[in-house]
Ligand binder design. Structure first.
Ligand code: THG
Length: 808
């Protein structure tokens, strides 16, 4: 056994081999890969996976990882690009296929919709009478994953990597709070960096390193048939039929030689605790394969024979219950863990994304940042509750159930709820709040008590898909806030305190805007990576010389701050979200509502725009920030959580006397879009720089050095693409986000966030477009369920460009 390696990779299945292969390609050649099972078929999920590669995904990141994976498998000679077909058994699924065609177009993946006959032309075993339509992706296909492992391992070995099979990891030495060595059944390997690519064993390896790995192994049923007479004569390994999905029955199909493989997600979730995975040697075939529970497969097998009649008379020759990983949000776990320096994860990755995921993790290690934005896959994207075994179990079970469901972009998870509630929760429930869930928080989207406002305000009605998780009350709340006042629960906004003598210098180096201003100032600023990509947009309130409050976009921001903070103790970064609450008091009546409750001077002269003060509202000590993401006069009012209910009651009774309302997240989203305020993660991410995103006004390039500055100098404000506001020409229409945008019949970009602008009377869609098309007045089209809607590039912001409503 090697006694040292620069990097130790745990697991030599498709992910581990890909990580090692790419690391060595990027010049990190002192790599050791340890694998508890045999090589190259390790007995993990790779060894039994059916290898179907469907690239279409609502996540652009996942579609990109799939594209890189297909490209790589093809180079390795391990990919059969036979295409994929998803079929619709219902009208609702037919609409969903149109939506998926739109998603694929947005991400640059060619696809077409097929008639039932066109489907049967490509898959002769399929009965076209059973389906409404098909969706075809020609570049999808089948991966030979074990062969890919062998080839990648060979390439990596040629560049210096060493692979050790039948070698179990028994411990990880964390002396001094960072990785020192990996202990294995064959000896100790000193190292400072471990990449856990252990698949369903990930939680066990993570535990040795003190790192939670929130995935759960779940059994999944897959059978291979005997030889079908209809396929007689096909060569043993020949794959000619496109791979097939029947999501309405939670099934998939693939042909190989004269046989068919049939997989099902129909059955009850069969969860296996990581501790209960059979050991190598004890398992009959391999550790990830359990006894086939035939009774679970019966209904699926009947459905299979209905869609592909040839299967009705076929025999099940090779059945299995095979395990693979499910995470709480269905996405992989990638990157350096926050708990321990030197521990990296590349976990919960399907064959579909493995080569791409291995590549970007290797880039992240070797080049300090991945070439694909990984915000949705970052192991540090989760709130604390996600590390609990109870949550992981519960979510894995529901994620398994929902794997092929039609998921609306606003659809909340159903369990476990309620998990996190603000101090206003009881009051909101009394008001008939319709709650949706985000990061565990219950958030009102509208209040039924506001239905009466519909007599006062004219709100265009919706039906169908865009009417889900929506009510016309949303529009009435937006209009009433613009005319009078809304009380918004902002408690779920992630916030941190940054304190200490080093705080101002630290924040100056980590963000783009000038922050060294007197206490009482608030600044909107960006955090960039060293390539100039936008890591987050944040608000920074200086409450004292050495005390700041930051408004963030999520847990990753906190990790970013902590990781970049000086190690000399001069700066302390703390998450203060949980112990505090926040009300956005916004609208033209905000001052009239708040002033009677406070001795502090809330006039424009006494409390200006983008200023912060510690004030009293009634008996409640409050930190007030005069800013508004919805674009109205008013404040974010922060208090210690135990005062929350009192703060709500005081503001509510003053607001009600003056015609104010409680308003929900639906109004909030629509209003911020009218105002042109970006939402990080939806409108922009690390792929984009401040010029492209229209945020150059936050750059103070001459304030001194800051992270990302060097990459921006000389880049100039004339980027090739721009985040661009569009309005839909038909005032009755609205889209929801991620739709493709067309110019003169060509797909040229995609929508980021979209909503109806109730005050501007138009559907609004922000989109990434080539700069030459981002000129106001340019006619475009947005495709929504295969329908092209006329749209026009607008000037921004669409609402109150003179800022008269906020600076008063
Ligand atoms: N409130 C607080 N923090 C936050 C948000 C928030 N952090 C995350 C996210 N939201 C940040 N996004 C924005 C976007 C725009 C504005 C504030 C937060 C904003 N912009 C003014 C403008 O462009 O007109 C800035 C004006 C100026 O710089 O003077 O208000 O909602 N606490």
């Amino acid at each position: 056994m090697d006694s040292h390696a620069d990097v130790v990779v745990v697991g030599a299945a498709v992910v581990g081999c890909s990580v090692a292969e790419h690391l060595t390609r990027l010049g990190v050649t002192d790599v050791v890969v340890v694998e508890q099972g045999p090589l190259p078929a390790t007995g993990g999920s790779t060894s039994h996976a059916p290898g179907l590669v469907f690239q279409t995904n609502p996540s652009k990141t996942m579609a990109e990882l799939a594209r890189l994976t297909v490209e790589r498998y093809a180079e390795l000679g391990c990919f059969d690009a036979v295409g994929s077909i998803e079929v619709a058994r219902t009208a609702e699924r037919h609409a969903e296929l149109k939506r998926r065609h739109g998603l694929a177009t947005s991400w640059g993946l060619p696809s077409t919709l097929l008639t039932p006959e066109e489907v049967a032309d490509r898959i002769p075993l399929l009965d076209p009478e059973r389906i409404h339509a098909g969706y075809f992706v020609p570049s999808d296909g089948v991966a030979r994953a074990v062969r890919a492992c062998a080839t990648m391992a060979e390439e990596a070995s040629g560049r210096g990597a060493r692979f050790h099979g039948d070698t179990e990891v028994t411990g990880i030495d964390l002396t001094g709070g960072r990785v020192r060595a990996v202990e294995t059944s064959a000896g100790r390997i000193t190292t400072e960096l471990v990449v856990v690519c252990a698949g369903i064993w990930g939680p066990l390896v993570g535990r040795m390193a003190g790192v939670p790995v929130p995935l759960h192994p779940v059994e999944h049923q897959l059978v291979w048939t005997n030889a079908l007479p209809e396929l007689a004569g096909a060569a043993e390994e020949e794959i000619s039929h496109p791979i097939l999905r029947d999501q309405d029955r939670c099934m998939y199909f693939r042909q190989r030689g004269e046989r068919y493989g049939v997989g099902s997600y129909q059955h009850r979730p069969l969860l296996v605790a990581p501790e209960e995975i059979p050991r190598h040697g004890e398992a009959p075939v391999m550790p990830t394969m359990l006894r086939f529970t035939a009774e679970d497969f019966e209904p699926a097998w009947r459905d299979a024979g209905e869609l592909l009649p040839a299967l009705a008379s076929a025999e099940i020759a090779e059945p299995m219950n095979a395990m693979f990983s499910f995470t709480p949000d269905g996405l992989p776990l990638l990157g350096p863990a926050k708990e321990v320096d030197g521990v990296w994860l590349a976990e919960a990755i399907w064959i579909t994304h493995a080569a791409g995921a291995g590549r970007v993790v290797a880039e992240w290690i070797a080049e300090s940042a991945p070439s694909v934005d990984l915000r949705e896959c970052d192991v540090n994207r989760f709130e604390a509750h996600v590390a609990t075994p109870a949550y992981v179990r519960r979510r894995a079970a529901t994620a398994y159930d929902e794997v092929y469901d039609i998921i609306h972009p606003l659809q909340p998870m159903e369990e476990p709820r309620p998990l996190r509630v603000s101090p206003f929760y009881g009051r909101q429930a009394e008001h008939g709040a319709f709650f949706l869930e985000a990061n565990g928080w219950e958030r009102p989207h509208w209040y039924e008590v506001n239905a009466a406002l519909l007599r006062e305000y004219d709100v265009p009605r919706r039906s169908g898909w865009e009417a889900r998780y929506w009510s016309p009350i949303v529009g009435a709340e937006a209009l009433a806030t613009r005319e009078r006042l809304g009380l918004f629960d902002m408690t779920s906004l992630k916030r941190a305190s940054v304190t200490g003598p080093g705080a101002v210098g630290f924040l100056q180096r980590l963000t783009t805007n000038e922050l060294d201003r007197p206490p009482g100032y608030v600044t909107y600023t960006l955090m960039l990576d060293d390539r100039g990509g936008i890591v987050s947009d944040v608000t920074v309130a200086r409450l004292a010389d050495d005390r700041f409050q930051l408004g963030l976009n999520g847990p990753r921001d906190l990790v970013w701050l902590q990781r970049n903070a000086p190690s000399d103790g001069s700066v302390v970064v703390r998450d203060v979200t949980g112990g505090t609450c926040c009300i956005g008091l916004w609208g033209p009546l905000a001052r009239e509502v708040a002033q009677p409750l406070s001795r502090d001077d809330l006039s424009h002269e006494g409390f200006g725009f983008f200023r912060a003060r510690e004030i009293f509202v009634g008996e409640v000590p409050v930190t007030a920030l005069r800013l508004s993401y919805v674009g109205e006069l008013g404040w974010e009012l922060y208090a210690s959580a135990e005062y929350g209910a009192r703060l709500w009651d005081l503001l509510w009774s003053s607001a009600r006397e003056r015609g104010g309302i409680a308003a929900g997240r639906g109004a909030f989203n629509a209003m911020r879009l009218e105002k042109g305020y970006r939402s990080w993660g939806f409108d922009m991410w690390s792929e984009h720089d401040p010029y492209e995103a229209g945020l150059a006004f936050t750059l103070k390039l001459d304030k001194g050095d800051f992270l990302g500055r060097e990459a921006l100098v000389g880049r100039g404000d004339s980027p090739a693409r721009r985040l661009t506001p569009l309005t839909l020409d038909d005032a009755a229409r609205v889209v929801l986000g991620k739709e493709p945008v067309y110019a003169n019949g060509d797909a040229v970009g995609f929508v980021t966030s979209a909503d109806y602008g109730y005050s501007v009377g138009r559907g609004i869609a922000y989109a990434w477009l080539p700069s030459e098309l981002s000129v106001a007045g340019t006619p475009l089209e947005v495709e929504y369920f295969a329908e092209r809607l006329a749209a026009t590039v607008a000037d921004e912001p669409l609402f109150d460009p003179e800022m008269t409503r906020m600076r008063c």
